[in-house]
Design a protein around this ligand. Sequence first.
Ligand SMILES: Cc1cc2nc3c(=O)[nH]c(=O)nc-3n(C[C@H](O)[C@H](O)[C@H](O)COP(=O)(O)O)c2cc1C
Length: 230
Amino acid sequence: MKILVLNGSPKREESGTLRITRAFLDGMREVSEQEVKILHVIDCSIAPCSGCFACMTNGGTCVHRDDMRGILDEIVKSDLLIWSFPLYCYGMPAPLKALLDRTLPLSSMAMQKVGDRYAHVGQADLSRLRNAMICGCGFPNSRHNFEPAAAQFRLCFPGDPLILTVPECPLMNAPEAEVVTGPRLALVRDAGRQYAESGAVDASLIGEIGSPMIPEEDYAAIVNAGTERT
Ligand SMILES: Cc1cc2nc3c(=O)[nH]c(=O)nc-3n(C[C@H](O)[C@H](O)[C@H](O)COP(=O)(O)O)c2cc1C
């Protein structure tokens, strides 16, 4: 399987979310060999969409000549896109959102009814492409935090895309937290294995992965103690 990871964290390899994504890929690799490419979106030149809709009427060519042309080629050739990003203001970081906006050339202006809503008709063959979202956040709560990003992802990529969320994600970069991050990454590896085997992950496992690693109050107290010292 050809997998393209879109790393939306400006921290590149230091991203705690990317650690989670790598654990997921490790799990997938236990089932079968995967061809993986990781793109640090912060290093790409991607102009904001101009909103001219030229690409939707001219067969898919954007007026901007930047890295997005090559990225669109990579997307079309992929079997799985993993959108790996930290939660920023309840959504995705701006550079990754710019990339998402710039996927517009994959759609045409024509719209069709899909279920109870309308969506644009594709002008590229994306029939084999699946999308997954892996998102870490800084707050300890899973509820009322990831919902906007998850809702956006489901609307952009219908068909029940995989969504893995991990609260208290900064713990991933704290060596002293390994006692809780190690087991959490093991669960994520299990999820990767399941996904490679069946194309889905048990809802109960997704729920476990999305739960706080340490009690919310303890996490908040640790973070707050850190801010008092500075
Ligand atoms: C600009 C900005 C906005 C953020 N917004 C949120 C937020 O809405 N909710 C949240 O829980 N954490 C928020 N965070 C915290 C990050 O999601 C958190 O630090 C995450 O673990 C970083 O992941 P990374 O190491 O993969 O970059 C924000 C951080 C930044 C820098």
